[in-house]
Design a protein around this ligand. Structure first.
Ligand SMILES: NC(=O)c1ccc[n+]([C@@H]2O[C@H](COP(=O)([O-])OP(=O)(O)OC[C@H]3O[C@@H](n4cnc5c(N)ncnc54)[C@H](OP(=O)(O)O)[C@@H]3O)[C@@H](O)[C@H]2O)c1
Length: 270
């Protein structure tokens, strides 16, 4: 009997130290907003925060897809096109009225595209910049008044911001701009102890490739090529990125602000 009690006590203690090691921080009573939470990295991150007890709010621009994701995840959802500042303003007003303030803001909504500078169109340029840069900038700008003191903001950047590749001028320069916005925001918001960081994944197995207008038949070959140029010889997974966002928003990262965390299996090392 005594041995059983000791064993159970040890196991219980183990559970807590193990939880600490794998960063099982609890986010109960925290309000977490994930923009573009209907698929891929946003979806996985919403799930991770929700599993850790947070009240999670996702956004999306397609009602049916948004409702399905919200039902599957058991989270709240609001329709907002993050490239439209008016939508973001309405979203902030609704969240302020319903939840008061926001503890974690994950600015994730984004699109990708490939084009050489010679072949670039105004439409293609604006599509990427309006969502990935202008939209992300004004999402942060409009949310600032309702961020709690000590809140965490995480931008979804990309390892392309650290690489030079033909065809990536618009997408990569957009993510470079995002990193500049992130660092400036880290300085501006530090007096309120709000930390602002960025996660920069390499190729991650989400639906983003198929949304780029690529021929579906060419995707396996592109994926194979990407795996070949990644030193760790694997694509990233949305859940890996989610863990990093949770880490940056946890107390374990309380001295980290203005940082870009590249997670790309070594791809940008050259
Ligand atoms: N996957 C990668 O290899 C990779 C690598 C580095 C960085 N990233 C970045 O990771 C982020 C997430 O991408 P992902 O790979 O998870 O792709 P994804 O599965 O396509 O997810 C993107 C999410 O953003 C939403 N979204 C796009 N434009 C929006 C807008 N104007 N308003 C509201 N929501 C919008 C999408 O909704 P819709 O379905 O309606 O478009 C979707 O929910 C992006 O910022 C991307 O640049 C991805």
């Amino acid at each position: 009997m005594v041995y059983s009690v000791i064993l159970v006590t040890k196991l219980y203690q183990c559970r807590f130290s193990f939880a600490k090691i794998i960063n099982m921080e609890n986010f109960t009573n925290k309000i977490v907003v994930v923009t573009g939470g209907t698929s891929g990295i946003g979806y996985a991150t919403a799930k991770e925060f929700s599993d850790r007890g947070a009240k999670v709010i996702i956004t999306g621009r397609r009602k049916e897809v948004l409702d399905t994701a919200a039902r599957e995840l058991g989270v709240d959802a609001y329709l907002a096109d993050q490239s439209k500042v008016a939508d973001t303003g309405q979203l902030v007003a609704t969240i302020k009225e319903k939840y008061g303030q926001v503890d974690v803001l994950f600015i994730n909504a984004g699109v990708a595209g490939v084009s050489t500078i010679a072949d670039a169109t105004e439409e293609g340029y604006d599509r990427i910049m309006d969502i990935n840069v202008r939209g992300a900038f004004f999402t942060l700008s409009r949310f600032i008044p309702i961020l709690s003191d000590g809140a965490s903001v995480v931008f979804l950047s990309s390892n392309t911001a650290s690489m030079i590749r033909a065809g990536s001028a618009v997408y990569a320069s957009g993510k470079m701009a995002l990193n500049g916005i992130m660092k400036t925001a880290a300085v501006e918001l530090a007096p309120r102890r709000i930390r602002v960081n960025a996660v920069s994944p390499g190729p991650t197995d989400t639906g983003i490739l198929s949304k780029m207008g690529l021929d579906a038949a060419s995707i396996p070959a592109i994926t194979e090529h990407l795996v070949n140029v990644i030193p760790l010889k694997t694509m990233g997974h949305a859940a890996d990125v989610a863990s990093m966002v949770v880490y940056l928003s946890s107390d374990a990262a309380k001295f980290t602000t203005g940082a870009e965390l590249v997670m790309d299996g070594g791809m940008s090392l050259g």
